[in-house]
Design a protein around this ligand. Structure first.
Ligand code: BG6
Length: 466
């Protein structure tokens, strides 16, 4: 068998609305929790202009066509369609995404649309956000509106981006800490909203396919000590399986339920939730993957932070259950995130074994500081290395029997990182701005652009770097 990707494998590139669009108050858009979020570091770019993709979308899609992608993953900003989260529809918002979709299709690029990517309308946040059941109703109306508007043309849909990460690192993503009771009531509402999205997509979009889009990272035990293994069982469950078991099996995972019981958390179900959970399922799983996680069983309450020094581990501390530690076998990137291509393959295999659904990668990539040379080049061999190693593992996973049908890395164009500004760049396409200086926002193709272009053309991983 040739060591290459199947002919019908879908290559893509991904972005989200708030990290790229800017135009945060244009054409009737309402504010979102990302526009109002209190950020600890005011020296970094906010989302008001971002990469100005709202005004540059034609140029960006033209560049993606040149890159050769068959799919483009982007999200719709709910507050462009419903400035107040619900109620009156903003026609200008609907028209904007219609134009974006048309532009994609003219270039033979299929949109794959995320319904919501971290940017809940602010008006809904003011009634309690995902803690309030009314937000689920508002989400249903929003989903019906966009499925009806675009369902003729768009067949691939994603539900709510990374509810797992959103709740686990609430302070970083939402700018506030959510008390544990409320957090897991939000979990329930988010997952119920997702179930409605499955149901509505299947009812309203002819031949439509929809999947959940969590961030999945296998959790390793720090040692072979039985209690470290138990810590990884719990964190795997709380971080990964609780979400996907709900989406794919329609149930609360048993380890997760025990975690909630030990935490004294009780979740309120509304009439009909049980049936909804058990009757509506995804067509595929969209997986975002950056790194794996390593935990140990914490034994010293006064010393909970000792040994923690990587970005992911800092967020993992739950006395009695698990504590994140640095994995000594893995290298880290410039931003202190561990790099684990082998873990990527194992994560794919674990996911496929567990759920037996087709998988598409909708995020994977390297955040790094890039330099634009005077002659308009960006030499990013580090990004090519990262992508090469991870894409190689995708191919190995396919050869090992995983039904992986596409790869859409993060990110198409440079965007504003969730909490580290524009200096942490992910794109194949460089956007010329700094944290504070907008410059011309001109676009430049990085070396990784040409490398990925060649991969897409041949379905083989190019051996050389450019
Ligand atoms: C994912 C999010 O978790 O991680 C993206 O879906 C985000 O929105 C990406 O940009 C990388 O994280 P960061 O913090 O580097 O932007």
């Amino acid at each position: 068998m040739p060591h290459k990707f199947p002919n019908d494998f879908l290559w893509g590139a991904s972005i989200s609305a708030h990290q790229t669009e800017g135009a945060y108050k244009s054409d009737g858009k309402g504010l979102t929790v990302q526009d109002t979020r209190v950020r600890d570091n005011h020296e970094i770019a906010d989302f008001t202009i971002a990469s100005d993709h709202y005004h540059h979308y034609k140029e960006d899609i033209q560049l993606l066509a040149e890159l050769g992608v068959q799919i483009f993953r982007f999200s719709i900003s709910w507050a462009r369609i419903f400035p107040n989260g619900r109620g009156e529809v903003n026609q200008a918002g609907l028209d904007h995404y219609q134009d974006v979709i048309n532009e994609c299709l003219q270039h033979n690029i299929q949109p794959i649309i995320t319904l919501n990517h971290f940017d809940l309308p602010q008006t809904l946040e003011e009634i309690g956000g995902w803690s309030n059941r009314e937000t689920v109703d508002a989400f249903k109306d929003y989903a019906i509106t966009v499925f009806k508007a675009y369902g003729q043309q768009v067949k691939y849909w994603l539900t709510i981006n990374e509810p797992n990460v959103m709740l686990l690192v609430d302070q970083k993503i939402l700018g506030k800490q959510i008390p544990i009771d409320e957090k897991y009531q939000q979990f329930h509402h988010l997952m119920i909203a997702e179930k409605y999205a499955f149901k509505l997509c299947h009812e309203l979009v002819e031949n439509g396919q929809i999947g959940p889009v969590p961030n999945i990272s296998l959790v390793y035990p720090a040692t072979s000590k039985p209690l470290d293994n138990q810590a990884s069982l719990y964190f795997n469950s709380v971080r990964n399986w609780a979400y996907l078991d709900f989406s794919c099996f329609g149930r609360y995972n048993a380890v997760f339920s025990d975690y909630l019981k030990q935490k004294g958390v009780t979740i309120t179900f509304a009439p009909g939730d049980e049936a909804l959970m058990k009757e509506n399922f995804p067509d595929f799983i969209a997986m975002n993957f950056y790194t794996t996680v390593t935990v140990e069983k914490p034994t010293d309450k006064n010393n909970m932070t000792e040994g923690i020094s990587d970005q992911q581990s800092e967020d993992i501390m739950d006395w009695g259950f698990y504590k994140g530690v640095t994995n000594p076998y893995l290298k880290k990137n410039q931003f202190n995130w561990t790099i684990d291509p082998d873990g990527f393959k194992t994560t794919l295999q674990t996911l496929y074994d567990r759920y037996h659904l087709p998988i598409i990668i909708t995020e994977n990539g390297l955040g790094a500081k890039d330099d634009l040379t005077e002659d308009g080049k960006v030499h990013d061999p580090y990004r090519i290395d990262y992508l090469k190693q991870h894409i190689e593992q995708c191919l190995e996973a396919i050869e090992a029997g995983v039904d992986l049908f596409g790869y859409s890395p993060w990110s198409a164009i440079d965007l504003i990182s969730v909490h580290e500004g524009i200096s942490k760049r992910y794109g194949f396409i460089y956007v010329d701005r700094t944290e504070k200086e907008l410059k011309q926002l001109a676009r430049y193709k990085k070396d990784s652009f040409y490398w990925y272009q060649k991969l897409i053309q041949t379905n083989e991983i190019p051996p050389e770097r450019r």
